[in-house]
Design a protein around this ligand. Structure first.
Ligand SMILES: NC(=O)c1ccc[n+]([C@@H]2O[C@H](COP(=O)([O-])OP(=O)(O)OC[C@H]3O[C@@H](n4cnc5c(N)ncnc54)[C@H](OP(=O)(O)O)[C@@H]3O)[C@@H](O)[C@H]2O)c1
Length: 345
């Protein structure tokens, strides 16, 4: 029996994604399971890795890309008894998702309740978990508070808006003009960041809606100098969560500019009293998983429960076969997708 996966043998543009056929089925080692993958998430972070610019993954080459997956446990390696054979599970694998079969450590897998759409379920491990932990683990936001989502039409951006609505928060989101309806669909107020100063717009909107200027929290993955503009949108006591360096990822800014952006977050936080109690932090899902493995699993289980109860609504914009990986990455690189494209291996 042959099986397929996507391979990257050199970093570069979407054309480095090749479909490869294998004839030998992979066998799980001690502590591992073999999964039959039924949904592989795609997103900007996969493109970041493909370009060879992602700080946490520089190889070895060749490798199979794919940050998150949902699959069925098909075979246990020595010493493994759980999750049981046949269980549907989700994983944040960082690489290795664009495949029909994956070998994964058993202890990192999270059960997916029966009856969920695998394409919606695969939106949880990266996009929704990142959004949920930034909203609930970095701070306490009372219902009615207003948040600012930079890049609100993106995969994590729409997850932040969806969860904000479920948590009773008000949201303002920046996006390009064509994507304003995507943001407004979640009940958020959209600002076209290419047309005018979004910092002034945020202060104007919050003064009108709540009588005080600025937001309780802002979420920014543009990074570098852009963090200063998001920090300037905060109300007194507000928190900026930086979680990406997108301009560095696309090559429009240097690694140094991205590093200075993260250094600024630390500086603002340590000098918070000088900035009206405004604070800042950096969030990374992979770093947090290393230090808070239990939260990682319990938060993901809670999000699957919310998906099951229909209180969150991930936006899956397309479902395509593995062979479409190059086309998918071209669409990701063009930007403004408004949701997640899922590969159904
Ligand atoms: N730290 C973590 O744990 C973590 C986890 C997941 C993702 N990330 C990072 O988060 C970022 C977003 O990921 P994603 O999957 O959501 O990407 P995505 O779907 O491509 O969304 C990014 C959005 O950013 C918007 N954008 C681009 N330039 C902008 C600007 N100058 N101002 C405002 N918006 C702008 C685009 O909106 P328009 O097209 O409307 O302009 C696009 O929809 C990536 O850098 C990713 O690596 C970090």
């Amino acid at each position: 029996m042959t099986w397929d996966h996507i391979r990257i043998a050199r970093f570069g543009g979407p054309d480095v994604l090749e479909l490869v056929h294998e004839s030998i089925m992979p066998e799980p080692g001690p502590g591992e399971v073999r999964l039959r993958v039924i949904a592989a998430g795609t997103g900007f972070t996969d493109s970041f890795i493909r370009r060879g610019r992602y700080p946490d993954f520089k190889g070895p080459l060749p490798f199979t890309p794919g940050y998150d997956l949902v699959g069925i446990v098909e075979q246990h390696g020595p010493g493994v008894t759980s999750p049981p054979i046949g269980q549907i599970v989700a994983d944040l694998c960082v690489t290795g998702g664009y495949t029909q079969y994956a070998i994964r450590p058993a202890n990192g897998l999270v059960p997916v309740p029966d009856g969920l759409d695998p394409a919606e379920a695969v939106c949880i491990p990266l996009a929704y978990l990142t959004a949920f932990q930034m909203l609930t683990r970095c701070q306490h936001l009372a219902p009615g508070a207003t948040i600012l989502v930079i890049g609100a039409s993106g995969t994590v951006g729409t997850a932040l808006l969806d969860l904000a609505r479920a948590l009773g928060l008000n949201a303002i989101g920046t996006c390009s003009a064509a994507n304003m309806p995507i943001v407004e669909r979640f009940g958020a107020t959209a600002i076209d960041y290419r047309n005018g100063d979004f910092v002034a717009a945020v202060h104007r909107l919050t003064t009108i809606s709540q009588g005080t200027s600025g937001v309780a929290a802002a979420f920014d993955a543009i990074g570098g100098p852009h963090f200063s503009r998001s920090f300037a949108c905060l109300a007194q006591g507000g928190l900026l969560v930086g979680y990406g360096s997108q301009t560095m990822a696309t090559g429009r800014e240097s690694l140094l500019a991205a590093a200075l952006g993260i250094a600024r977050l630390k500086l603002w936080n340590s000098l918070s009293p000088l900035f009206g109690g405004r604070r800042a932090c950096w969030y990374s899902i992979t770093d947090r998983r290393k230090t808070h493995q239990d939260d990682f699993k319990s938060d993901m289980a809670l999000l699957f429960q919310r998906l099951h109860n229909h209180t969150i609504h991930p936006t899956v914009i397309d479902r395509l076969p593995l062979a479409a990986a190059q086309t998918v990455h071209r669409r990701i690189d063009a930007g403004g997708l408004g949701g997640k494209i899922v590969l159904l291996p």
